[in-house]
Design a protein around this ligand. Structure first.
Ligand code: ADP
Length: 412
C-alpha cells in the first residue's frame, strides 16, 4: 500500500507527448501540457521556421499559469526531461515521493492485454510484438515507456490500452467473415479503439441517469478527429465501430470509415495506386477532408451554412453514417437507455447532435432544442423529459480514466 497519490499520464505520439499530472487523492489536475514537433530542428534549418514547442500549464504549486518554450527538442527523452524541468519549477518534480505511478496510453493491446498492466520487460516485449498491428502508434508508446522507466525505475509504469474495453466483444462481433485460418495467422479481427473514452463515458452516463453501469445500456458516440461508436450493455462493451485498425466505422476528419474493401482492389488495379498510397489516401486524405477539403467540423459547418455544396454533402454523409450506427446498435442492444455524445465534435456541436438524432423518434430519441443549444463542460441531458431514451452530452476525460485505472492497479 502506498500513500503517494500522484499519477503522471503520458500519451506519446510519433512526434508529440501529451501529459497530465493528477492527484488521485482528490482527482485534481496539477499540471497539463504538450510537447509537439519533437525532432524538428531549429529554424531556419527547417522549412517555415517550425521547431519543437512545449506548452505547459501549472494548475497548482507556486507558479500557476501557462508557459511556452519554443526551441529544438531532439527526441522523446529530451522531451520528457523538458517536461520534468517544467514540473520541477512548479514544485511538482517527477523525483517526488508523491509520485505513485506513470500511466501510459498504449494504443494496441491485441488479444493479450484486456486490462491495465504493470510494465516489466516481458510486457514491454509483448507490446513490441504488437507493433505490426499498430505500426504508427505502438512504437511511440514504447518510446514513452522506455524514457519514463529510465527516469523513475523505482515506481510502477502502467500501460492502459485503447483496445482493452472492447475485449469483451462477443466473438460474433469481433470476427470478420473471412477465412478463419488466414484471420488467425495474421491476427485479423476487430479490436476497437478509443476504449478508455468509451469506458469513461459509458460509466459517466450511467451516473448522470442516477444508475449503476450494470443497469443501463448505452450507445457512446465518440466524435473527435477520429470517431467511433460503441454499444455498451450493462457496463460491458458488446460492439464498436473501429476494427483491426481505427479506419473502420464512422466518417472521420481524415479517415473514410466503412467502405467496400473492393475499393482498394479497384484503386490498385485500375488506378495503379500502391498499398502505401491507398493507406495514406484512406487514413489521411479521406473523411470530411477528402469529401470537402476541410477536416475540422467547425469549418465544414461554416461553409455548409454559406451554401457550399461540397461541405453540405460531406456533412450529410457524416450524419448518415452516424445514424446508421445508432440504428445498428439499437438493434444490437435491444433496449437502449441512453445515447451519449462525446469528444470535440460530440461535445461542442449542437448541429451534429441534432442532425444525428433527427427522425429517430420511433427509436425513442427526441431532443430538447434548448438543452441541446446549451454550452457547458458538465455532463448533461439534451433529450425531452418524456423521451424513452436519454440523449446526453458527456465530456470525455481519457487522462483521468488512465490515471484512475493506473492508480487503482498500484494501490489494490
Ligand atoms: P482528437 O480526435 O484529435 O482527440 P478532439 O476530440 O479534440 O479530437 O476533437 C477535435 C475536433 O473537434 C476538431 O477537429 C473539430 O472538428 C471538432 N470541434 C471542436 N470544437 C467544435 C465546435 N465548436 N463545433 C464543431 N466541431 C468542433
Amino acid at each position: 500500500m502506498t500513500t503517494a497519490s500522484r499519477v503522471l499520464v503520458l500519451n506519446s505520439g510519433s512526434s508529440s507527448v501529451k501529459y497530465q499530472l493528477l492527484d488521485m487523492a482528490d482527482r485534481s489536475r496539477l499540471a497539463v501540457g504538450l510537447v509537439e514537433r519533437i525532432g524538428v530542428g531549429a529554424p531556419p534549418a527547417k522549412r517555415g521556421g517550425q521547431t519543437s514547442r512545449l506548452a505547459h500549464e501549472a494548475l497548482a504549486g507556486p507558479n500557476p499559469g501557462r508557459r511556452e518554450r519554443v526551441g529544438p527538442i531532439a527526441d522523446h527523452e529530451a522531451a520528457l526531461k523538458a517536461v520534468a524541468a517544467e514540473l520541477a519549477a512548479d514544485g511538482l518534480g517527477l523525483d517526488s515521493p508523491e509520485l505513485a505511478a506513470v500511466g501510459h496510453r498504449v494504443v494496441h493491446g491485441g488479444t493479450r492485454f484486456t486490462a491495465p498492466t504493470v510494465i516489466d520487460d516481458e510486457v514491454l516485449a509483448e507490446v513490441r510484438s504488437l507493433v505490426p498491428l499498430a505500426p504508427l502508434h505502438n512504437p511511440a508508446n514504447i518510446t514513452g515507456i522506455e524514457v519514463a522507466r529510465a527516469l523513475r525505475a523505482d515506481i510502477p509504469q502502467v500501460a492502459v490500452f485503447d483496445t482493452a474495453f472492447h475485449s469483451t466483444m462477443p466473438e460474433h462481433a469481433a470476427q470478420y467473415a473471412i477465412d478463419a485460418a488466414t484471420a488467425a495467422k495474421y491476427s485479423v479481427r476487430r479490436y476497437g479503439f478509443h476504449g478508455t473514452s468509451h469506458a469513461y463515458v459509458s460509466r459517466a452516463t450511467a451516473r448522470l441517469l442516477g444508475k449503476a453501469p450494470e443497469e443501463v445500456n448505452v450507445i457512446v458516440l465518440h466524435l473527435g478527429n477520429g470517431a467511433s461508436a460503441s454499444a455498451v450493455r450493462g457496463g460491458v462493451c458488446v460492439d464498436t465501430s473501429m476494427g483491426l485498425t481505427p479506419l473502420e466505422g464512422l466518417v472521420m476528419g481524415t479517415r473514410s470509415g466503412d467502405l467496400d474493401p473492393a475499393v482498394i482492389f479497384h484503386l490498385a488495379r485500375v488506378g495503379g495506386l500502391s498499398v502505401d498510397e491507398i493507406d495514406a489516401l484512406l487514413n489521411k486524405r479521406s473523411g470530411l477532408l477528402g469529401m470537402c477539403g476541410d477536416n475540422d467540423m467547425r469549418e465544414v459547418l461554416r461553409r455548409a451554412g454559406e451554401g457550399d455544396a461540397a461541405a453540405q454533402g460531406a456533412f450529410a454523409t457524416y450524419v448518415h453514417r452516424l445514424k446508421k450506427y445508432i440504428g445498428a446498435y439499437a438493434a444490437v442492444l435491444g433496449r437502449v437507455d441512453a445515447v451519449a455524445f462525446t469528444a470535440g465534435v460530440g461535445e461542442n456541436s449542437p448541429q451534429v447532435r441534432e442532425a444525428a438524432v433527427d427522425g429517430l423518434a420511433e427509436l425513442g430519441l427526441v431532443l430538447d432544442p434548448e438543452a441541446n443549444a446549451v454550452r457547458s463542460p458538465e455532463p448533461r441531458l439534451i433529450s425531452t423529459e418524456y423521451a424513452r431514451v436519454a440523449v446526453a452530452v458527456v465530456p470525455t476525460d481519457e487522462e483521468l480514466e488512465i490515471a484512475s485505472q493506473a492508480y487503482a492497479l498500484v494501490t489494490q
